[in-house]
Each structure stands twice: as structure tokens, then as C-alpha cells.
Design a protein around this ligand. Sequence first.
Ligand code: XMP
Length: 517
Amino acid sequence: MTDRILILDFGSQVTQLIARRVREAGVYCEIHPFNKVTAQSLQAFGPKGLILSGGPASVLDEGAPLPPACVYESGLPILGICYGQQAICHQLGGKVEPGATREFGRAYVAISDDCALFHGAWAKGGREQVWMSHGDRVTVLPPGFRAVATSEGAPYAAIADDRRRYYAVQFHPEVVHTPHGAKLLGNFVHGVCGLAGDWTMAAFKQQAIQAVRAKVGKGRVICGLSGGVDSSVVAALIHEAVGDQLVCVFVDHGLMRQGEADQVVSVFRDRFNIKLVHRDAADLFLGKLAGMTDPEKKRKTIGALFIDVFEEEAKKAGGADFLAQGTLYPDVIESVSVIGGPSVTIKSHHNVGGLPERMNMKLVEPLRELFKDEVRALGRELGLPEEMVGRHPFPGPGLAIRIPGQEITKDKLAILRAADAIYLEEIRNAGLYDAIWQAFAVLLPVRTVGVMGDSRSYDYALALRAVTSTDGMTADFYPFDMAFLGRVANRIINEVKGINRVTFDVTSKPPGTIEWE
Ligand code: XMP
């Protein structure tokens, strides 16, 4: 079994970042809800160290979420972060009190002693930037601990019990605003827990291939290809594992971007030699979408039709025992809700849920343990072209939700495709593509008056959107410089017939969403 770390989640907004940093240090880890951890589950998972995350609760509240006794009885090294530190101190005989000064955001710690967490990063006597977000603070240390760093609001900003290998910090080492935070986490997993850091994508690829072979045996696998990163990587991986037992079905709903459909066919059929069914269903989809303007109706229509067509093609191809899906780790992590209730549906996301039961297929989800950037690394390892692996996310319903509040027609799709392609080309030429999570054009349901040459124009307005994000859950608009935007607008208006005005969307998420529908 791969050496691993277990992260107990107490509901922090940034728990996933702990896992990211640990994996970047070459160590496999998983996040489990604190209340699902038992002596048996610990033994089954077999971690070499534990990390207790932050969280919104206060240990002073009645019924506060706390690590179970087996955590301390395990004899494993423990790192407590923020709430995790308070939980350790509260449970092991120290004291936590509401802080007189709440610390939020950037803060500085004074390094008062050497510590295994600090090797190669922080030295005694130094003053270092960290990111804090706490109200309560530790005021009395449990027996066995010593303070190794202090801040204005937290006398015990970092503490250590070297004998038991327990370490705890009030700040968040997992966020980038703690500049040496990744090094501190690396020191915990390598130095304290003794893990080698040999969890690489090359190693993962070999394990994943073995796992797919073991699961699938001689069975047949069907995989829906969308041209996106996740399904492309799944297809390439499964093909490497079981070759011709894999059939890919690419349902082209006619709502793809410029050149995308051709690329899918050429990469998978021609280059990888994968059995690929390419169904051009543009007329079918556009026919069903005719006259439809409501976002949820569009989404649901596309989602349902997609499943119908996929099922039809899957059956034609001879059926399968397994359906391959590009489920990623963020979809799998069970969230703990320490406070708050069920969330509302903002948008109906499009996927092939329901199909496995309908067609009596089992699921193969070889990316279940990976974050998006790890999927990209795996794609490179499998030899997928960079423009596919590094591609921005693209929604299942495609361009249909980028023609908001209006009927989808072939003409509008052609206008949008052309404008979108120019925008992305300019972004690539400016070297900005990888700094942006997602960039796209939106064809607005409004026509505006312009003057081109000596004549009056009355054409569509277009919105450009570009956001930064780490997971699509929150996002901020990308701050292009005005000269760049002006250049893009100029090109689009000159080169794309049907558009005479270009705007830029400066909405963050929340309150906006990334897509317009
Ligand atoms: P929103 O618009 O909800 O989008 O802020 C968040 C991220 O999800 C993508 N998105 C989808 N992806 N099927 C998908 O696979 C969908 O139906 C879908 N709708 C939105 C969106 O592009 C962004 O990356």
C-alpha cells in the first residue's frame, strides 16, 4: 500500500488545500470527515500520520466536533491546524479561550524556538508571514508541549511535543498567503512522519492501470468522450489498461467550440487508435432546443437527450459491462456540515448519471482519487496533447448556455464560435491561457446600433468572461489590461459578422456564477 496521510476534516473552507499541499510533497493522502474516523477505519486506511483541519466551530461550544480517542491512541504523528490545534489543546489538558483580538488574514509570527516543522524554512529569531483566521486561541499548553512561535493574537501560534510527535499551528500553512506553508507541511510528512515523497504521477499511472485491469477483467468498457480533460484522460488510461475492450462514444451535440469535435476524433481515433463511435447529433439537439430559452429547460433537455443518444450508440456498439466516468476527488470528498443545512440547486449539471442502472453497467472511475491538476499531470504522462490536457473546463451543455435567454440557432452558434476562437487565440498569444481558469465569449440577447464604415449596423453584443478559480466553486474576474481587451474587441468586431459591440464581465462568483446560465 502507498504510504499515506489521513486528514480529518472539521469543515474548514480550505481543507482541500491541505490535501493538495501534501500531495504536492509527493505523499498520497485522503480527507475523511472527523466523525467517520474509528479505530477500525484508521487501521484499514493505514496512515503514517494524521492532520486535523481547521473548522468553523468553537471547542468551547457544547457538542463541539472533536477527534475521537483513537486518534491519540494510534501513536501516529499529528499535526493540528487552527481549529485542529485548539481541539488538541482542549482534549489533552490545555486551555482554549475566546481571543481578545481576532486575527483574520495576514499576520506575522515570531519564531521563538527550533522545530521540526521549520527546517529549511524558518529559523529561531525570525519573523514570518502567515495567514490567520481565528477567534478562539490557546492560552494554556497541554503537558508535554512547548511554544515555538507566537503572534500578536496567539501566544501559541505554533507548538510542539517532539516526544509524541504532536505539532500544531494556529495559522493556515495550506494557503498561499503563508509563503512557507507548503514547506512546513512537507516537513511534517517527510521529516516527522518519515514518508519518502515518492507518490508521483508515473507511479499512480501504473497503479491505476493495474486497478482497471483487476476490476474490468475481460469485460467491455464504454466511455463517453466529451473532449474535456477528464474524459480524455479516463479514455487514454483505460485504453492503455485494456486496449480494445474499450469503446468510446463521442456524442457531438453541435454545441462544441471551434475545431473541438475534429480534435477529439483525430486524437483518439487516429493517434491513439481507440475504437471511437462519433455520432453527429447536432440536428437532433438543435431540433429539440428549437424555441427554448429557459436555462433550466435547456440544461435538462440537453442532459436527457445526451443520455438517450449515448445509450443508443452504446447499444449499437454491442453494449458493455462497465461505464467509465471521469469522477474527480473533489466530487468524492464527503463534506462535513458542522453548521448549515442542505444546499439549494443553482443549476442542473449535465452528466450521465442514471445510465449505469438503466443499462445494467458497473462504474469504473479511475480518477476518483485525483485533483484536477493531478488529472492534467496524468494526461501528460499518458501522452495526451498539451492543448487537450491544459484545456479550460467546458460545460456539458456546451455553447447552449453561452447564448443566454434566447433561442439557439446554427447562425448564432457560428457567430459565437468565431468570436470565442479569436478571444482564446489572443489569450494564448498573450501567454495568459494558463493563468486563467476559464475564458469564453457569451452571445447576448440584445442587438445594438453601431457605425461601420459609412453605414449603420444593428448587430449582436458579445460579453467576454475570464475568471480565476481553484475549483470553480468561487471565482474572480481576470484583470486584463485595457489595451488587451481593446485589441480583442477590435478583432472580433472586424472579423465576425453579426457582432458590433463587445463588453467585459467583471462579476465574481459569488454572487455571479461562472457561466451565464
Ligand atoms: P457555474 O456556472 O455554476 O460553473 O459557476 C462552475 C463550473 O462548472 C462548469 N459547468 C458545468 N460543467 N456540466 C459540466 O460538466 C454542466 O452542466 C456545467 N455547468 C457549468 C462551468 O463551466 C464552470 O467551470
